[in-house]
Design a protein around this ligand. Structure first.
Ligand SMILES: Cc1cc2nc3c(=O)[nH]c(=O)nc-3n(C[C@H](O)[C@H](O)[C@H](O)COP(=O)(O)O)c2cc1C
Length: 359
């Protein structure tokens, strides 16, 4: 079976090409997941390190998606994905949530292949109809994860991605084809690949599909959705940014600024450049920057600070193409239709109309 057909079978309400919102912790809650799923995409809820809060979001998604659920071949399955940040958590704590809500997808990220293996086993035991997707950022990680737990899809996160990711990453343009080739060499032909990182419109989405992806994840683009939970100042910073190559940067300082950095050493994150990063680049020790940062944030601070200096604005290199507020459903439909147009236009390049009289 073609790999994209496997995803269609797993997610029967979705339309081609498959558009997915990233499970952005703190920003992607039930409103966004509902809107994306209702538009024929895979809507996802981001991780919350608290079972009660996540249950509330899943309950709200269940209510909002009753119309979709009842026409599914298996109406027990909740037609959304749920993101889990794996490091620092034990699967046993979350089993009851998977068993109760049976999300169509549980998306795992940021851990070792062995940890993903234990989680995959636990999820499949608790909710056999739930599909397990694992996000990775290198060929080595993709092969290790495929062999450790044979996920139902691998999300290949390129280095252009906003938010946390592999410190030593590669762009999707080489990551997707190399992972496909190397998996095939290992005799693994049945895991669909999904692209993430730097994709914000139909052009990027069409390119990802041509590279071999069976679906497309967007995080930064959905920061512009009305249903995404971000403060106005955060969204304005996204709309005002351009040239992601110079306005965004990957660093671990964006986590270290808040206190001890608990993130495993393999990961950093891409944010808009800010004062914290600039000071760090000058060689100033993180505790000195932290003291300034907390001081400046305190009410009555004397320095005028931009949102990017205070909270850290996670965003990918595609940020310069994200300009207007829109409903999530409209974003899904626009990117889906534009992807098809771009693919048709590209196909025409192979069949140029011959000018009469030319050889
Ligand atoms: C604000 C924000 C929060 C994110 N939070 C998570 C998260 O909680 N879990 C996760 O696996 N990925 C997270 N990511 C990364 C996304 O899953 C995805 O790889 C990325 O958004 C794709 O790149 P793009 O932002 O260029 O579309 C986040 C990304 C952003 C922009």
């Amino acid at each position: 079976m073609a790999l994209s057909n496997i995803l269609r079978k797993h997610l029967p309400w979705t339309q081609e090409p498959l558009i997915i919102n990233a499970p952005m912790s703190g920003a992607a809650a039930s409103e966004l997941a509902i809107a994306v799923t209702l538009a024929g995409g895979l809507g996802q809820i981001g991780f919350m390190n608290n079972i009660q809060s996540l249950s509330k979001q899943l309950e709200s998604a269940r209510r909002g998606l009753q119309g979709v659920t009842k026409i599914l071949p298996n109406p027990q399955v909740l037609p959304i994905g749920l993101g889990i940040i794996v490091f620092g958590s034990a699967v046993e704590e979350w089993i009851s949530l998977f068993a109760q809500y049976k999300p169509a997808v549980v998306w795992l990220s940021f851990a070792s292949a062995d940890e993903f293996g234990a989680w995959t086993e636990g999820i499949r035991r608790a909710s056999p109809d739930t599909k397990v997707w694992v996000q990775v950022g290198s060929v080595t990680a993709a092969v290790a994860v495929a062999e450790a737990c044979h996920p139902d899809a691998l999300v290949l996160q390129g280095s252009d991605a906003g938010g946390h990711g592999h410190k030593d990453g590669a762009n999707v343009i080489s990551l997707i084809p190399e992972v496909a080739d190397v998996l095939r060499e290992h005799g693994i032909n049945d895991i669909p690949l999904v692209a993430a990182g730097g994709i914000v419109d139909g052009r990027g989405s069409a390119a990802a599909l041509v590279l071999g992806a069976s679906g497309v994840v967007m995080g930064t683009r959905f920061l512009a959705a009305t249903e995404t939970r971000v403060p106005d100042a955060y969204r304005d910073a996204i709309f005002n940014a351009w040239d992601g190559a110079s306005t965004t940067v990957r660093s671990r300082v964006f986590d270290a600024i808040w206190g001890p950095n608990f993130w495993p050493i393999a990961y950093d994150g891409r944010c808009l450049r800010n004062k914290v990063y600039e000071e760090h680049q000058k060689g100033i020790a993180v505790d000195r920057i932290r003291a300034w940062h907390y001081g400046a944030m305190r009410e009555g601070g004397t320095e005028p600070l931009e949102a990017r200096d205070v909270v850290g604005i996670w965003a990918g290199t595609g940020v310069g193409l994200v300009k207007t507020l829109a409903n999530a459903g409209d974003i899904v439909r626009e990117v889906r239709e534009d992807t098809k147009t771009r693919l048709s236009t590209a196909a025409c390049l192979c069949n140029p109309i011959r000018v009469q009289g030319s050889p």
